[in-house]
Design a protein around this ligand. Sequence first.
Ligand SMILES: Nc1ncnc2c1ncn2[C@@H]1O[C@H](COP(=O)(O)OP(=O)(O)OP(=O)(O)O)[C@@H](O)[C@H]1O
Ligand SMILES: [Mg+2]
Length: 366
Amino acid sequence: MYIIDIKLHNFRNYRELSLSPARGVNVLIGSNAQGKTNLLEAVYLCATARSRRARSSGQMIAFGEERAFARVAVDNNGLTDRVSINLANGKKGVMVNGAAVAKLGDLFGALYAVLFAPEDLGLVKSGPAERRRFMDLELCQLSPVYYYDLSNYCKSLAQRNNLLRDARVRGRADDALGVWDDTLSDLGERIVKKRAEFAETLAETAARIHSRVTGGRESLRIVYRPSVRPGLFADALRENRSRDISRGMTCSGAHKDDLAFVINGRDARLYGSQGQQRTAALSVKLSEALIILEEKGVSPVLLLDDVFSELDESRREQLLDYTSGLQTFITAADASDVSRETAKSGARIYRVENGTISGAGPPGFF
Ligand SMILES: Nc1ncnc2c1ncn2[C@@H]1O[C@H](COP(=O)(O)OP(=O)(O)OP(=O)(O)O)[C@@H](O)[C@H]1O
Ligand SMILES: [Mg+2]
């Protein structure tokens, strides 16, 4: 799939934007704070109804304005899908092909996007919450059922935790706790099963990519570390009940899972160099794109924020190899980041300046 058209209105620093990107690689060049990341944010928002950095939808509305929208028209195997995200009054309205989408799960599929942003380094470097968030976002895009299971799991977890706190105060557990244990363990089992399958495919693909990008010098192993092993959810909740009551929270479950990244036999979080962590994170993102292609039969749109400045020439070449066949948006601060290889790939170059995008041309255009 590829985006035919992007329209923004009062989105961050874009007053009005209408852009028809190329089917292949689109390079967005501009100084700091001009709107490069904002454009990628808008596209990602249309794919997932989420932003990586906005805490509230209001933050994406241009300063001083009350409403904003981001719209994309997507070619999906010859059919056109239109996604519109309207932001107003602290709310986010999602429309697909003119119809309001009540459940976010129904949005996934109209546009698949994979975003690599500098903060994705956190995938390897930060704590487990970051890695769970990554797995969840990817799985939500791949499976609406996962999305519903996960939102129900979160709601059930909150209910169970309320009952645990009540039990702590009253000194005894309510009968309803058992009901929530059953719900939570059913959902937990389903989530863990999906995550395990996803992690296995991811591990295989990312290992291949990482090895190629590093010229065979490094091996990357990704290992899923569930907090409760499959099949043992109900037991774990029962066994840990008194501890959970005394802490007023559920101490084990899908909300405690982790993924380990191991490079050349050592935990990359503890021992990896900056460059190794970066390459691992990028390998994971490229794998994600390949997994979507494999599982959904459609090529996702690749959004690469500021990756050029982080990679040496040979890694850039390898990276561009992986973008072939995928519509790609790459931001760069400097025109010199746009290498000869990029030129060969037939990329279209845009200049981003103060919320405007101009000039579609080959490299060397500026
Ligand atoms: N709600 C908003 N309304 C208007 N402008 C905004 C809003 N939110 C952010 N901005 C502006 O957008 C600009 C940042 O844009 P963006 O993050 O896209 O920059 P960038 O081109 O990616 O820069 P860099 O190269 O530094 O990453 C900032 O000047 C910021 O003030
Ligand atoms: Mg930026």
